[in-house]
Design a protein around this ligand. Structure first.
Ligand code: NAP
Length: 302
């Protein structure tokens, strides 16, 4: 009987929920195997450890890997092939093997979109989203939304980081121009704008907002009272509020959105979906999403 070994490469990872989620999925299928944590600090000092882990893959000792901070981007150069999604985002969170080749994929983008789908059915084609933050998760979110034709405003505390994210997306034909001056009224044709996070309250002067996504760690335990949306500004009326932070189970941002009567999506939905897609890719089996969710939910701050 095959014994599966999956794992996560990153640093720091000791609080990761991935072993719980994947081991629950293996157990639900009655598959022998385990999901392990491979704590590998920053490259290049630890490059030999990454190479050794990838060699274990080739040797059949490891059957699937997830990748997280700080290696999601640097791992690209160690792989034989990238999916189009991973290539376009410029980051890999899942590695699998096809024949003798190691393939890098990114399940964060489809993992983000799946929970959103049921909330967007009634929206017109002219959909606008505000993404708060411009780090690794924002890249996957922005790519996913851009692919689906959303107009985007990226609200980040560092303009250069937001500009890089927008430039990365601008390879996509939907990009027409990048508006970088907060307060300037952009033409309707602009697909991507960037704005300083401190000017987030001005976005609604320019545009309707159908979706707000928090991709920063603001509100993450132990800072459960922090909210990425300014206290003195109403949330956009009728918008869907999506917080990528999954611990606590209900963030201050989600609580505020619920109080305002808005549709909300918490980070656990994406966490489970991106893990489920990786599990399916490694095993070829349907991921038991409910079981995976229960395993993770038990460990969250309530
Ligand atoms: P990251 O690459 O470090 O990016 C974080 C972004 O948030 C950066 O733009 C950072 O700006 C900004 N930021 C951090 N603290 C801030 C603050 N106090 N005020 C304003 N901006 C701030 O991290 P990531 O990988 O994108 O992860 C971000 C969050 O998403 C984490 O909480 C993570 O757990 C969550 N996440 C959830 C899922 C899921 O499946 N639900 C998946 C991926 C990530 P600077 O660069 O200036 O610091």
């Amino acid at each position: 009987m095959t014994f599966y070994t999956f794992g996560l490469i990153g640093h720091p990872i000791k609080h990761s929920l991935s072993p719980l989620i994947h081991n629950a999925a293996l157990a639900a299928h009655g598959i022998a195997g385990e999901y392990r944590l491979f704590d590998v600090p920053e490259l290049p000092n630890n490059a030999t450890r990454i190479v050794a882990l990838l060699d274990s893959f080739h040797a059949g000792i490891i059957n699937g890997l997830n990748v997280t901070i700080p290696h999601k981007q640097v791992i690209l150069s160690y792989l034989d092939k990238l999916t189009l999604t991973a290539q376009n985002i410029g980051a890999v969170n899942t590695i699998y093997q096809i024949g003798s080749r190691l393939v890098g994929d990114n399940t964060d983008a489809p993992g983000f979109l799946k929970p959103l789908a049921s909330y967007t059915r009634g929206l017109s084609d002219d959909k606008t989203a505000v993404i708060i933050g411009a780090g690794g998760a924002a890249r996957a979110v922005a790519y996913a939304l851009n692919q689906q034709g959303w107009k985007l405003t990226i609200a980040a505390r560092r303009k250069q980081q937001a500009q890089q994210l927008a430039n990365n997306l601008s390879k996509h034909p939907l990009i027409e121009k990048i508006e970088s001056s907060p307060g300037v009224h952009p033409d309707d044709c602009h697909q991507i704008r960037i704005v300083a996070q401190k000017h987030i309250n001005r976005i609604m002067e320019w545009t309707k907002v159908d979706l707000v996504v928090n991709t920063t760690p603001i509100g993450m335990t132990p800072h459960e009272d922090e909210n990425p949306w300014p206290d003195d500004c109403d949330l956009p009326s009728g918008a869907i509020i999506y917080d990528l932070v999954y611990n606590p189970a209900e963030t201050a941002f989600i609580r505020a959105a619920k109080a305002a009567g808005l549709d909300c999506i918490g980070g656990l939905d994406m966490l489970i979906e991106q893990a489920a897609l990786a599990f399916e890719c490694w095993t070829g089996l349907d991921a038991p999403r409910d079981v995976m969710r229960v395993a993770a939910f038990e460990k969250l701050v309530k």
